[in-house]
Design a binder for this molecule. Structure first.
Ligand SMILES: NC(=O)c1ccc[n+]([C@@H]2O[C@H](COP(=O)([O-])OP(=O)(O)OC[C@H]3O[C@@H](n4cnc5c(N)ncnc54)[C@H](OP(=O)(O)O)[C@@H]3O)[C@@H](O)[C@H]2O)c1
Length: 253
């Protein structure tokens, strides 16, 4: 339960090794979050991260095993995690893969795998999280979407389409939870310098995990339903989204 000053005290990160998620946890632990559960495919690799969060002041930091593609395990995973650690003020859906656009166009099974992680995995686990959060009657579910889902670009339309689906799903979930005490916040970063984008040419308005984390923390404080990072992307995408297709096709996107 948030403390008397409204600060998040307990966090469940799905995709516990995400650079954006870890920057967000650092900000929140600095602001008195005390329990952090890092759910990741290889939880043993998160010992150093867990120590760092403990050193910052968290009292319980627990890496646990979680695979976004193991959808048949999600309901039990969510129940066990909530039963073991109690209520969560914040659940951050941070797992994702960017994939290789050329490969996904050549190999449908690679495209299916991308959709399995980014879209199906998120839908599956978020419905179980929403069930538990609805019954606890409070908390915020934050989903890392992307500007890539705002309008599909030919250079990464497979990834973009998974984020478009995820984004629409979480918007609808937020509406369905209205009045339950549970909020949903959709975060739409642009290009962020993380493990995921290592070696790629940065897009205009590229940013850092710390800047995205600060935008998330600010969005939580405001009770926002949508956060753009950086904020200027909201206006850039408003224009791009409405460009007529013949014009859009001529852009080097
Ligand atoms: N970086 C960007 O430019 C950018 C922009 C917009 C949106 N986003 C979104 O932000 C989120 C976080 O990305 P990031 O930039 O922080 O990248 P990141 O550091 O690479 O984090 C992605 C995380 O997803 C985890 N993951 C991948 N497949 C998984 C699976 N099947 N089950 C569980 N976890 C899995 C990875 O874990 P492993 O260590 O096991 O691989 C990794 O920890 C993603 O959803 C991404 O699409 C990123």
């Amino acid at each position: 339960m948030k403390d008397a000053l409204g600060a998040v005290q307990s966090i469940l990160v799905l995709g516990g090794g995400s650079d954006i998620a870890l920057a967000t946890c650092r900000h929140l632990v600095d602001r008195r979050a005390r329990t952090v559960v890092l759910a990741a495919r290889r939880p043993d690799e998160l010992d150093t991260t867990a120590k760092e969060l403990r050193d910052l002041g968290a009292t319980t930091v627990e890496p646990v095993a979680f695979d976004a593609t193991a959808t048949d395990t999600h309901a039990a995973f969510v129940d066990e995690t909530f039963d073991r650690f109690g209520d969560f003020d914040l659940v951050l859906v941070a797992f994702g893969v960017i994939g290789d656009q050329e490969r996904t166009e050549r190999d449908p099974s690679a495209a299916v795998e991308l959709a399995r992680v980014n879209y199906l995995g998120a839908v599956s686990v978020a419905l179980s999280v929403a069930r538990r959060m609805r019954s606890q009657g409070h908390g915020t579910l934050v989903a890392l979407s992307s500007v890539a889902g705002e309008r599909a670009r030919r250079s990464n339309f497979v990834y973009g389409s998974t984020k478009a689906g995820l984004d629409a799903f979480f918007q609808g979930l937020g509406d369905s939870l209205a009045g339950s005490g549970v909020q949903v916040m959709v975060v739409r970063p642009g290009f962020v310098h993380t493990k995921m984008t290592k070696g790629l040419d940065p897009a205009p308005l590229s940013t850092t995990p710390e800047a995205v984390a600060a935008a998330i923390v600010d969005g939580l404080a405001r009770g926002s339903h949508t956060v753009w990072a950086p904020p200027a992307l909201r206006w850039v995408m408003a224009v791009l989204r409405h460009l007529p297709r013949p014009v859009f096709r001529r852009l080097p996107l």
